[in-house]
Design a protein around this ligand. Structure first.
Ligand code: ZN
Length: 411
């Protein structure tokens, strides 16, 4: 039995270069221009990203589809994006908010990793696709989506990448199938529920990544069939190929033993990245995965949602950048009115920011980056102060960053 999922073809999925510039949905071809629109060729060049205002105006003038997507985009003016991006390697936080509830002007958790012009997306929380476009990233160069776990706040935009970002004749869509990698099913749910509660959708209680995509595509089959009837675009369901990541059997992991001590295992490899993963403890969630991307430019690890984890430290050993989730408990208890039940939940399933310095030091990470921040009411300065305190206490001497939306993180 195979212990990992590999890229099925081993070949790149590059968009064809535009002979006369990308076409608008309801207008003439756009002239090729500097900046992000060049990135959908086989030879991307670094360029100036458009301002947020330019992006919004351009997007609204371009297509009804783009306008629909942008209408849901949060305002992110507090964090000006990087002016110039090296498309050989870039780490772009699209959303940094932790947890499901919406918050004004914040997008859900999602991060883009650019390697040699191709874009790898790690989680796609609320407004991820809109933020992808706002970041000036080239949608035609979206290569793969990696889901750390199937809590809705990490994958709610899976449907938008499927239904809104594929095939339409604009520069903001991909034209070749992309791949999605994520957890498989947790199996039949076990455990005791509160009195009066019942398992949701009991017959199919924990769909994995493949099944989730199938269910989403089925839910939107009416939309697909209306377009198919008009010979407008093909079936979007054919534009994402989903892979359930197989957990090596020798780990003896299960929904009741979610993150046993283990060595990392390989998920996939292509000409840009080699991706390995490990199981991390995240409450009842199974599987919950952390990913490591090794590239010719450097290595980046994404913790996903996790309590402090030796598996994660092992995966992150000597990495260049560790992107780690965090919860702030000291100030939040009173500010958020968290009772002891909520505090226990936060402690059990997430990582106290006070632990981050120790984790970064033990992993010997070159750069620790906080993202997926809970609660969402702390200011950037407050998070910076909390991180500073944590790394000082652990005598961690590497670089530190609190992620901000659309602001690239340097290697
Ligand atoms: Zn989660």
């Amino acid at each position: 039995m195979a212990s990992s999922v590999r890229h099925p073809t081993g070949k790149p999925h590059r968009a064809a270069p535009h002979a006369s510039g990308p076409r608008l949905l309801y207008g003439p071809p756009l002239a090729p221009r500097k900046g992000p629109s060049h990135m959908c060729t086989d030879h991307p060049k670094p360029g100036l990203a458009p301002s947020r205002r330019q992006t919004l105006l351009g997007g609204l003038a371009t297509t009804a589809v783009a306008a629909t997507a942008l209408a849901t985009a949060p305002a992110t003016s507090a964090a000006p994006r990087s002016k110039k991006r090296d498309m050989d390697f870039a780490l772009v936080p699209l959303g940094i908010q932790g947890g499901p509830p919406p918050h004004p002007n914040q997008a859900g958790i999602s991060t883009a990793l650019v390697v040699n012009g191709d874009v790898y997306l790690i989680d796609c929380g609320r407004a991820s696709l809109s933020q992808f476009v706002n970041a000036g990233l080239p949608v035609p160069r979206l290569r793969s989506i990696f889901l750390t776990h199937l809590h809705a706040d990490h994958c709610i935009d899976f449907a938008t990448y499927t239904q809104l970002a594929a095939q339409f004749p604009t520069q903001y869509t991909y034209k070749n199938p992309i791949h999605a990698y994520g957890p498989g099913t947790a199996g039949k749910p076990t455990g005791k529920l509160k009195d009066g509660d019942q398992w949701a959708n009991a017959g199919q209680a924990t769909p994995g990544t493949r099944e989730m995509l199938e269910l989403l595509n089925n839910a939107f089959s009416g939309s697909a069939n209306f377009f198919l009837k008009e010979h407008f675009i093909g079936d979007p369901a054919k534009m994402i190929i989903a892979h359930d990541i197989e957990i090596p059997a020798e780990l003896n992991a299960s929904a009741d033993n979610t993150a046993p001590s283990a060595q990392p295992f390989e998920v996939m490899a292509d000409e840009n990245v080699r991706v390995t993963a490990t199981l991390v403890p995240h409450g009842a969630v199974y599987p919950a995965l952390a990913y490591r991307f090794d590239t010719e430019h450097g290595s980046v690890v994404f913790s996903g949602d996790t309590a402090p984890s030796d598996n994660l430290i092992r995966l992150a050993r000597n990495c260049d950048i560790l992107v780690h989730e965090a919860v702030e408990l000291e100030a939040s208890a009173s500010r958020m009115g968290w009772n002891e039940t909520t505090m226990k939940h936060m402690r059990d399933v997430h990582t106290d920011v006070n632990e981050i310095g120790r984790i970064a030091k033990e992993a010997n990470a070159g750069h620790i980056v906080l993202s997926h921040l809970v609660p969402d009411t702390l200011s950037h300065q407050e998070w910076q102060a909390a991180l500073r305190k944590s790394v000082r206490r652990a005598s961690y001497t590497g670089r530190t960053t609190v992620a901000q939306e659309l602001r690239d993180v340097p290697l």
